[in-house]
Ligand binder design. Structure first.
Ligand code: TXA
Ligand code: MG
Length: 312
């Protein structure tokens, strides 16, 4: 795996590699992504191969400026535009009716496309250097933890890429909020650090919630997901002997406190699970965060990381 600092030269090389149909791992403010030229069906297929991801899970198309939005979406409902204008660039993905040229590999055959304009300067510069939108899922194998640092990218993924651009730790640390505008009413498909409340305030209306027995709309909808290899169990309080994540002060040597601020907690959750995963313990215990709206995204990821049933 070829990890390189995201210098100007490296970014130009990444752009060339992408235009040539190769894959590049790029930093974004949420998590690292495995990027391919969204206009190149073969390159997009290589992403699915690298991730061992089922072909019926669509990818997010990343754009660097507003002009590119019109190259991707066929129609933009006014309420979607309001949301985008408020939160872009940033950790918000919107699902919109797609233009015909977008390869069906990107959208898994759906007539909608997920679009995001990241705020991370390296992500934006790579998209500009490539000169086209980039399809990029998180740079992890299917069902596993998303990497939030270059050195947390699974070499099995990184080896499929021409390079892994190191842009430092991801500030947000959880995957983007996904809102679907392709149906009659806007629907929250995946909670993220852009909260439901803040979006409802901007939209002036309520967001529907996707229910899990709906047909699969994407990998975020699987019950088990975002999981380290070590089993995760949610508990109300850790004992001094327990290994895992606490909300208040640590009371034992195997404990890491991520504090009680939801955004700060989100920023460090995946890297902490990654580190705990490598301790060789039988089980990682995590204290259940408060059942309040600002913790919705963390609750969602912890629920999925700890789901031990069938992987569907
Ligand atoms: O923060 C992020 O979103 C990261 C970075 C790299 O941008 N990407 C990411 O991609 O998390 P991925 O592939 O791991 O998750 C893609 C999500 C799925 O959960 C799914 O809900 C949604 O995007 N998605 C993509 N296309 C869709 C579509 N046409 N309809 C519904 N959902 C779609
Ligand atoms: Mg993912």
């Amino acid at each position: 795996m070829n990890i390189v600092p995201a210098t100007h030269e490296a970014i130009e090389q990444a752009g060339e590699a992408l235009r040539a149909g190769q894959l590049v791992v790029i930093p974004t403010e949420t998590v690292y992504g495995l990027a391919a030229d969204a206009t190149n069906a073969e390159a997009v297929r290589a992403v699915f191969t690298a991730k061992q991801r089922p072909a019926d899970n669509p990818l997010i198309v990343h754009i660097a400026d507003w002009g590119q939005l019109g190259d991707v979406a066929a129609k933009i409902p006014p309420v979607a535009l309001e949301l985008m204008e408020h939160f872009w660039p940033g950790p918000l993905t919107v699902v919109l009716p797609k233009l015909k040229w977008i390869p069906e590999e990107v959208t898994a055959g759906l007539d909608s496309v997920a679009v995001r304009m990241p705020t991370h300067p390296v992500a934006r510069e790579v998209i500009r250097a490539a000169g086209r939108p980039l399809a990029a899922p998180s740079a992890n194998r299917f069902m596993q933890l998303s990497p939030t640092r270059a050195d947390h990218v699974d070499p099995n993924i990184g080896d499929f890429a021409a390079m892994v651009l190191d842009g430092g730790p991801c500030e947000v640390g959880l995957e983007s909020t996904v809102v679907d505008f392709s149906g009659d009413r806007p629907k929250l498909l995946r909670p993220g650090v852009i909260s439901r409340q803040s979006m409802e305030l901007v939209m002036g209306s309520e967001l529907d919630t996707a229910v899990s027995d709906e047909p699969k709309k994407g990998p975020g909808m699987y019950r088990r997901h975002y999981a380290p290899r070590t089993p995760v169990r949610l508990v109300s309080k850790l004992g001094p002997e327990d290994v895992g994540i606490v909300l208040g002060n640590a009371t034992g040597p195997g404990q890491i406190s991520l504090g009680d601020d939801a955004d700060a907690y989100s920023a460090h959750l995946y890297e902490t699970l990654y580190d705990l995963d490598r301790k060789g313990v039988a089980e990682i215990l995590v204290e259940i965060p408060p059942q309040t709206p600002e913790w919705e995204a963390v609750q969602d990821r912890l629920r999925k990381a700890s789901h031990s049933g069938p992987e569907d």
